[in-house]
Design a binder for this molecule. Structure first.
Ligand code: ATP
Length: 233
């Protein structure tokens, strides 16, 4: 499988605080990979550093072979990188369609509104509702849908299931499975272990700003005891 994203010896700082200490990851095209780890180990920071929101960084980030360290933040989407942050960023005063149409399409292969509404039928039902009236689950789906419309190749998701009811978590899992069938590559941070086990091909476990282990989903059962210790769950 060809690598879509390659990260080598990635370091990042918040001011003087050195948070990532040499992260290495490779994500193959069409893969779904989950980053696990306790609170504060650097999972969100890894996503923010890949997107370039956090600029105080050193190391290597290649997307499709392209050196992303040189790409300014406003150009990252043009290279196929889409980021859905934990806080989702839905515009409260805009309705669902307006939120969806806001980011410009930046590449080929973005989903049409019809395709989006097929994937997220409840967004179609709520298409005229303002952001303020959406549930947490609907906001999460809208945040994902908005990025999918733009034609991204790599989707970075930060805790997509946080605070959501089990039935909505299940639905987000179904969406990710359908995206996988379409060949989308996804790197996600997730604390919900059962959800992650359902959608991921592979896991990275982070601790103290580094990747400390990596394994395919098939090895999950034999790793459970160690993971419970490492993750404190
Ligand atoms: N804006 C910031 N300024 C300074 N330090 C920060 C900032 N954001 C995060 N940190 C620190 O960086 C470290 C890594 O945080 P990060 O949010 O990446 O962890 P995480 O693994 O995603 O955990 P969580 O699930 O709690 O978000 C933590 O020590 C955190 O306190």
């Amino acid at each position: 499988m060809a690598a879509l994203l390659e990260i080598n010896n990635l370091n990042a700082w918040y001011g003087e605080s050195h948070v990532l200490h040499g992260v290495n990851m490779t994500i193959g095209e069409g893969e779904m990979v989950t980053i696990l780890g306790r609170n504060g180990v650097g999972k969100t920071t890894t996503l923010r550093t890949i997107t370039g929101i956090l600029r105080k960084r050193r190391g290597e980030i290649r997307l499709n072979g392209h050196d992303m360290m040189q790409v300014p933040l406003h150009r990252t989407a043009h290279h196929g990188l889409g980021y859905v942050p934990e806080e989702r960023g839905i515009f409260a005063s805009l309705n669902v369609i307006e939120n969806l149409m806001l980011p410009p399409a930046v590449g080929d292969g973005g989903m049409s509104l019809d395709e989006i509404f097929e994937l997220f039928p409840n967004l179609h039902e709520r298409r005229n509702s303002p952001g303020t009236r959406l549930s947490g689950g609907e906001q999460q789906m809208l945040a994902m849908a908005r990025i999918l419309r733009t034609g991204v190749k790599l989707l970075l998701l930060d805790e997509p299931t946080e605070g959501l009811a089990p039935v909505i978590v299940q639905r987000i899992g179904d969406v990710l499975k359908k995206l996988k069938e379409r060949g989308m590559t996804v790197l996600l941070v997730e604390q919900n272990f059962r959800f992650a086990a359902r959608v991921a091909d592979r896991f990275y476990v982070m601790d103290h700003g580094m990747v400390v282990s990596e394994f395919p989903v098939g090895e999950l059962p034999e790793r459970m005891d160690t993971l419970h210790t490492v993750l404190g769950v």
